[in-house]
Design a protein around this ligand. Structure first.
Ligand code: SAM
Length: 202
């Protein structure tokens, strides 16, 4: 998976590649999909949600320009796989999921893997997690109509947010860098995520 889907398509960040080589993806997929855990597409994880395609997880992490001293806010814990990749590289990860059962399942797997730097919350991630703000990096793993204003507020000056923005069916992966209180936006490529719900979602 790492060679043919990630490195071959241009992901170069050594930290991202190492994280992928060390996190067993099959632990994050339902038992009936285990034979497909390393394939090049998203998989269902229940409750109408998905674990993202491995390449998408790698590209989003690379776009974050993540370092070991960073504190990261993640919206959409899902299976917890992206959370594990972030927590392998960064100092602390604060992850919010709106579906309690998914959050609990992810917590169990991540605790079993020995992670001590992940903080879980069940709730509306479009409101962020103000208690621990500001964050060096923010990643949103569901499709948003626009960047939720609380997330811009809770991002550090100079910090980076990566988020798919568009309508319910298709989006563009964007990266925003916070400068003088607002975001400088760069657009990358088209993508299709499940919708972000909540106050600033769909
Ligand atoms: N990164 C995840 C992984 O590796 O498994 C995939 C996440 S899945 C594509 C998107 C997740 O966002 C779903 O689990 C969904 O329940 C969650 N979600 C949607 N709206 C949300 C919100 N407002 N707050 C928190 N989580 C939300």
């Amino acid at each position: 998976m790492v060679e043919t889907q990630i490195v071959a398509r241009g992901v170069r960040d050594r930290k991202v590649i190492e994280a992928f080589l060390n996190i067993p993806r099959h632990l994050f997929v339902p038992p009936e999909c285990i034979d497909q855990a390393y394939r090049d597409y998203p998989l269902p994880i229940g409750h109408g949600q998905t674990i993202s395609q491995p390449y998408m997880v790698a590209v989003m992490t690379e776009l974050l320009e993540l370092y070991e001293h960073h504190r990261v806010l993640e919206i959409g814990t899902g299976s917890g796989y992206q959370t594990a990749i972030l927590a392998w590289i960064a100092k602390e990860v604060y992850t919010i999921e709106k579906i309690p059962e998914l959050s609990e399942k992810a917590r169990k797997v991540l605790e079993k893997l020995g992670f001590k730097n992940i903080h879980f919350k069940v709730g509306d991630g479009t409101l962020g997690w103000p208690e621990f703000a500001p964050y060096d990096r923010i990643i949103v793993t569901a499709a948003a109509p626009d960047v939720p204003p609380p997330l811009i507020e809770q991002l550090k000056e100079g910090g980076i947010i990566v988020i798919p923005v568009g309508d319910r069916h298709s989006q563009i992966l964007v990266r925003g860098v916070k400068s003088n209180g607002s975001l400088k936006i760069e657009e990358f490529f088209p993508c299709a995520f499940v919708p972000l719900k909540g106050k600033y979602g769909f």
